[in-house]
Design a protein around this ligand. Structure first.
Ligand SMILES: [Mg+2]
Length: 233
């Protein structure tokens, strides 16, 4: 048996720090909603959100404030509604595409054997608000989101299942590429045999990212040729 066509690949992009910077739009929406819904008055500046899913961010902060899961859960639907309202107000005008991303997405989307999707800790409506603010939402027909699981390591198989539903192609772990700016983007791909590409365009230092041993490392997405070569393997 042999194949005459190159292997189809699934390219999964993280959002914050990878495709975009929201310049504090979601952090402010979190702060306002935590205060209004849970009465939280603490300082969010000591928390690093990089690579955390939205549900993890909420629990990380409120557990530190001695809130129980039962207390958190009872207000969670209201919290998300409030948060999305804040994000809808904040995102337009604040979200910016990161350097190199426009050219990288153009190149990836033009790739005949590449399927492009999201793998992000954002709940899906939050992801859509952020990307929609710069006209990028339609580039990603599907993905796996923080609203699918609070555990990032559970998101790659969800993305693969959705990719099969959308394309009719079943992707093997070795056909999956995960691109992100945090140590958790790298870590979530390893158990699934995905190729990991770390880009130091977010809040995590190049040194910290390199220490996770991603398959490929880039300082920024401006090295489009290098990243495309890494994707094509
Ligand atoms: Mg990120």
């Amino acid at each position: 048996m042999y194949s005459v066509t190159p292997m189809r690949k699934l390219v999964l992009f993280d959002i914050d720090g990878t495709l975009i910077s929201d310049n504090g739009a979601s952090r402010e929406a979190f702060a306002l909603s935590l205060a209004d819904v849970y009465g939280f008055r603490g300082d969010l500046r000591r928390y690093d959100f990089s690579g955390r899913t939205d549900p993890q961010i909420v629990r990380m902060i409120l557990h530190d404030d001695a809130r129980t899961d039962a207390d958190i859960d009872s207000q969670l639907p209201h919290f998300w509604q409030h948060y999305l309202g804040g994000l809808a107000r904040n995102a337009p005008g604040r979200v910016r595409m990161l350097p190199g991303i426009r050219a990288l997405l153009d190149a990836v989307c033009a790739g005949e054997h590449l399927t492009v999707a999201l793998l992000t800790g954002n709940i899906e409506p939050g992801a859509r608000l952020k990307l929609g603010a710069i006209g990028l939402s339609d580039t990603f027909a599907f993905g796996a989101f923080g609203s699918d699981s609070p555990r990032r390591e559970e998101l790659p198989p969800i993305a693969v299942t959705r990719a099969a539903d959308q394309t009719g192609h079943s992707f093997d772990g070795g056909d999956v590429i995960i691109i992100g700016d945090s140590i958790y983007d790298v870590r979530c791909g390893i158990p699934h045999g995905a190729t990991t590409i770390a880009i130091a365009s977010g809040k995590t230092s190049a040194e910290t990212l390199r220490a996770e041993n991603p398959d490929h490392f880039f300082e920024s997405a401006e090295d489009v040729k290098g990243i495309i070569a890494a994707i094509m393997g």
